[in-house]
Design a protein around this ligand. Structure first.
Ligand code: AN7
Length: 392
């Protein structure tokens, strides 16, 4: 497997997997695959899972895997056109992060690391703790205290991570964990890690694999902006290796209260102005200073895509629609993709002959407390038929 780590800004290339940022200019690194690679999979719609695409994944040892990927692509009645939902909540830990972690944790083992670390709005920590357990690595997690959905904290704790809540938001936690990881020789598994994003690009591979063609748009929630960058990279590689001809428009949906990428896009800028006090019901994407912003904006511009915002009410309505009309249970951040689709459709942006894929990034069970706030507690009555009939 031939690849280099290439700086997204100065273009310098490195043959050192232990790097996260460019020693030359400090920008992020991206895995650049050699054009000589022989693709050893077929987009034939069978055996979907992350490691089907091993020939385009930059690892050298047998992967640490929990059978991630191969998530269902549901055909829905959500719009006038063809709308599919790819439910990443059905990965082992209940979010798309598992695709990245199987690669990231494998890289940690390759590099001889003994411990891994991340800052997280929740899902990264749950996934990292799970894979670290499987790989027998120590796991350290920094969370914004009181702002992480209960299911995610529960996972990180039960899988054995050391979980520390700090009195600040995600952006501050990420800054701190980057410094701690450097000092303590922890392998950092946030999306500054170029190998983690390699795993996430398989979402693009699976979409084409299962559909048998390239959709017109892929719509997804954007927080730290790693996933949209990774999926765009996945489509770009399929094109580079001659497996597809077109790249779908990438649509990044942000919550109104945490929307630096949207604002930069509106102004035609290549980088964001950080938001100091991001706020949204979708705590997973409550992020004001996304580290992958420049990559994400590039993905949106280069694919002819767009960025939009949705309100907390629109997110909640989409979550309810998915749950009650389609039988798809997602957490609030995930519903932002469908809320974004409805908004674009309402604005007349979408043709009836388009095929859309909305990515729902995390499972409903991640955030039970928000569900109770929306739906209320179950009705309680005495164990008597008459009483039950009365409330039916
Ligand atoms: C359900 O777990 O950032 O734009 O620390 O959990 O790639 O950051 C989670 C992000 C979307 C945004 N949907 O993805 C974390 C974290 C869900 C998420 C996102 C997240 P990126």
């Amino acid at each position: 497997m031939e690849y280099a780590l290439k700086c997204i800004d100065c273009g310098e290339e490195y043959d050192n997997d232990a790097l996260y940022t460019c020693p030359n200019c400090g920008s992020l690194l991206e895995v650049k695959l050699s054009p000589d690679i022989e693709v050893d999979f077929k987009l034939d719609g069978i055996n979907l899972r992350v490691w089907k695409y091993a020939s385009l994944l930059p690892v050298k040892i047998r992967p640490i895997s929990l059978n991630e990927g191969g998530t269902p692509l549901f055909e829905t009645e959500l719009g006038e056109c063809k709308v599919y939902v790819k439910h990443e909540g059905l990965n082992p830990s209940g979010s798309f992060k598992d695709r990245g972690m199987t690669v990231g944790i494998t890289k940690a083992i390759e590099l001889g690391k003994k411990a891994v670390a991340c800052a997280s709005t929740g899902n990264t920590s749950a996934s990292m703790a799970m894979y670290a357990a499987k790989a027998n690595l120590k796991a350290y997690v920094l969370l914004p205290a009181g702002k992480v959905a209960l299911g995610k904290v529960a996972q990180a704790l039960m899988h054995g991570a050391r979980v520390i809540g700090i009195k600040a938001n995600f952006d501050v936690a990420l800054d701190l964990v980057r410094r701690i990881s450097e000092e303590e020789n922890f392998y950092l598994l946030n999306s500054v890690n170029p190998f983690r994003l390699e795993g996430q690009k398989t979402i693009a591979f699976e979409i084409v694999d299962e559909l048998g063609y390239v959709p017109d748009r892929v719509i997804l929630p954007v927080g730290n902006a790693g996933n949209i960058s990774a999926i765009f990279k996945g489509f770009s590689e399929l094109k580079q290796f001659g497996l597809i001809d077109e790249i779908p428009k990438m649509v990044g949906v942000q919550a109104e209260g945490a929307s630096p990428i949207y604002k930069a896009f509106k102004e035609g800028k290549k980088d964001i102005t950080p938001e100091l006090r991001p706020e949204t019901i979708a705590t997973a994407i409550r992020i004001g200073n996304p580290v992958n912003a420049r990559k994400a904006l590039r993905a949106i511009y280069d694919s002819g895509g767009t960025s939009i915002t949705v309100t907390d009410d629109e997110i909640t309505n989409a979550q309810i629609t998915l749950a009650t009309k389609e039988g798809i249970g997602v957490e609030p951040a995930s519903a932002a993709s469908v809320a974004g689709f409805k908004k674009l459709e309402g604005e007349g942006e979408i043709d009836k002959d388009e095929t859309i894929v909305c990515i729902t990034t995390g499972h409903l069970l991640k955030d039970p407390e928000t569900v109770i706030r929306i739906c209320g507690e179950p009705i309680e009555v005495e164990a008597e038929l008459d009483m039950i009939k009365e409330v039916l």
